[in-house]
Design a protein around this ligand. Structure first.
Ligand code: NAD
Ligand code: SER
Length: 325
């Protein structure tokens, strides 16, 4: 049985804060249990849960009769390089606890997002397939690669229905990102909307794959609901909507804010970005569970600007049109 009681770990983060309302809308409020190690959450369904504490994970699973888990608790790439020990503990020990408890409690589905972090400097740069050279050089990437293997192991050894996508950089406006390398994209859009300049921590030509949050949420649900017999892969689906460099994003933002300027001062995150590919081959996700993103760069930026309270292009065009009449 699945989707009767859905536990979301790391629910206060960039994805969780949007996934919880999305799942609640689809399955009903009573079926979703948001949890996080941070307790700054006003949702009356919220429970505090540290995934590194095995007993607490077991207790939550038993008490709420959880049948589905969206396991989002993690430490992202840049924060992981600042604190590798914490990244290991949360991303590996936390995942291990969730998998063990899921087997013990006969949980029907565990969704564990992976990342472009699994790739490394030896990975080809463009249109990268799922099966390729994966030698990550960050603690984050190493933990994400282990997580993919662990998910496959728990499936073949214990029959656990573990599934996951390798998310690219996710762009969203509701909750600030949690310390990743692709965070520059969100910061740049926010600063442009505020009418300020932006100092970018990546080089202007650092091309990375990206996706807008609505596409990320739909993809998670689509994979969660996919027919098991159609899946040849489980925990490592490449998915991406578009690829951009910081300069291309700057130029797109200039079409709304002509005086917007970005200065480029690469820091330690450049090395992380340099180890990741510029584009992904998502064909397995398309074939096995009909992945199809709706947002390209233009639509993403337009929607971000409108939702951050800036004037979107369509509005601007309408104003200009009205003035010219
Ligand atoms: P985030 O950093 O915004 O949120 C992670 C949440 O986990 C935070 O709310 C944090 O408080 C919580 N957390 C940390 N330690 C915990 C613990 N011990 N117990 C319980 N909760 C804990 O991250 P996100 O962007 O929402 O990412 C969610 C998942 O998606 C992660 O697995 C991440 O690797 C993956 N992912 C995200 C992106 C992205 O661009 N956001 C890209 C690729 C993959
Ligand atoms: N957006 C994430 C990061 O930069 C990719 O996993 O860490």
């Amino acid at each position: 049985m699945t989707f009767e009681k859905i536990l979301v770990t790391g629910a206060g983060g960039q994805i969780g804060s949007e996934l919880v309302p999305y799942l609640s809308e689809v399955f009903g409020d009573k079926r979703v249990i948001p949890s996080d190690v941070r307790s700054d959450n006003n949702d009356e369904r919220f429970i505090r849960l540290d995934v590194t504490e095995r007993d607490s994970v077991d207790l939550a699973m038993e008490k709420y009769k959880v049948d589905t888990i969206f396991h989002l608790a993690a430490i992202l790439s840049a924060n992981g390089e600042k604190n590798p020990e914490l990244a290991y503990r949360v991303n590996i020990n936390g995942l291990y606890n969730v998998f063990e408890s899921a087997v013990k409690n006969k949980v029907g589905l565990v969704m564990t997002p992976s990342s472009i972090g699994v790739f490394g400097p030896d990975t080809p740069k463009e249109n990268v397939p799922i099966e390729t050279i994966t030698r990550p050089v960050t603690m984050y990437g190493i933990t994400k690669l282990v997580a993919e293997f662990l998910g496959n192991y728990y499936h073949s050894r214990f029959g656990l229905n573990a599934r996951g996508v390798r998310f690219p950089g996710l762009i969203s406006y509701k909750t600030p990102p949690g310390g990743g390398t692709t965070d520059y994209s969100i910061e740049m859009i926010r600063e442009a909307v505020k009418g300020r300049g932006y100092e970018c921590f990546l080089r202007e030509d650092s091309k990375l794959p990206m996706m807008y949050m609505p596409d990320a949420l739909h993809s998670l649900l689509r994979l969660a609901e996919a027919d098991d017999s159609k899946l040849k892969h489980r925990t490592d689906f490449n998915i991406a909507s578009f690829s951009i460099t910081p300069k291309e994003l700057e130029n797109e933002l200039r079409s709304y804010y002509p005086s917007f300027r970005v200065t480029y001062k690469p820091d330690f995150r450049q090395k992380i970005a340099d180890s990741w590919p510029g584009s992904l081959d998502s064909s397995a996700a398309v074939k096995e569970w009909n992945f199809h993103p709706d947002y390209d760069l233009r639509k993403t930026v337009e929607d971000m600007i409108v939702n951050l309270g800036g004037v979107g292009k369509r509005d601007k065009d309408n104003i200009l049109e009205a003035q010219n009449k």
